[in-house]
Design a binder for this molecule. Structure first.
Ligand code: MF3
Ligand code: CO
Length: 251
């Protein structure tokens, strides 16, 4: 069963979501090809989150060692920041969680490092649009399956693969809350019914090739099985009587 939030609770999540969006924007603006490292972005995100009164929720989560997840090229998600400079042509996904006043938000965005290939740009465009297709289904009366089906249909129509092993999730006073399983694939009409006041993270992880992934021996880093590129876009979304409201925005 999902936890239903009041309007004032959702407003608190919106404040955390604003910090996520601001941090994503300001971090992305600092990326210089050949120079910036994921560890520098992690340190900057940590500082930006705290200066807005938030705390990075990933740090220490199940022993996770950094403030952020930074996933480059064939890394799908949960990349642990490194000291390797980003290169022209890379794609980099920044995934940030913020908790403030006890309420969470979680969001991710994939950015281009300098000039990238047309194929990489297409993967990013399709992944971002698939997130919007999924969000459009996040309204009372629809089901969790409607969200996944919309994402999957759009992505597969472009020949890309939807990661199966990792899914979206409910969010609120915990980073991962009920409903625990919000897949980015599925069948229309299946799964739990969406109700007003539910808050969920919708987060397509989309692979250029096969949807299959592996986890590295660090226990975190998820990579594509075929070493092709992967993109990740995520919003925290409240389901309201007027439809979906994206909480991870600055406005
Ligand atoms: N954004 C991811 C998620 O939604 C990352 C959480 S794992 C963590 O699950 F350990 F990095 F926190
Ligand atoms: Co998430």
């Amino acid at each position: 069963m999902a936890i239903i939030k009041s309007a004032s609770e959702i407003a608190k999540m919106k404040e955390s979501g604003r910090i996520v969006a601001r941090t994503l924007r300001l971090c992305a603006e600092t990326i210089v090809p050949g120079k910036t490292t994921p560890n520098e972005l992690d340190a900057l995100a940590d500082k930006l989150i705290r200066e807005e009164g938030g705390v990075p929720s990933f740090l220490g989560y199940r022993g996770y060692p950094a403030a952020t997840c930074i996933s480059v090229n064939n890394v799908v998600v949960h990349g642990i920041p490194t000291d390797d400079p980003l290169k022209e042509g890379d794609i980099i996904s920044l995934d940030f969680g913020v908790v403030k006043d006890g309420w969470h938000a979680d969001g991710a965005w994939t950015f281009a490092v300098g000039t990238i290939s047309a194929d990489a740009q297409k993967l990013m465009n399709v992944t971002r649009e698939s997130l919007l297709q999924g969000i459009a289904k996040a309204r009372p009366g629809n089901t969790i399956g409607d969200i996944g089906a919309a994402v999957q249909k759009y992505v597969e129509s472009h020949g890309f693969g939807v990661v199966r092993d990792l899914v979206g999730h409910g969010i609120g006073q915990k980073l991962h809350d009920e409903p625990h399983n919000v897949p980015m694939f599925g069948k229309p009409g299946k799964g739990e019914k969406l109700r007003e006041g539910m808050c969920i993270c919708i987060e397509p992880m989309i692979n250029q090739g096969s949807w299959r992934v592996n986890t590295l021996s660090d226990g975190w880093t998820v990579v594509t099985a075929d070493d092709k590129l992967s993109a990740h876009f995520e919003h925290t979304v409240a389901i309201t009587k007027n439809g979906p409201v994206i909480l991870t925005t600055e406005d």
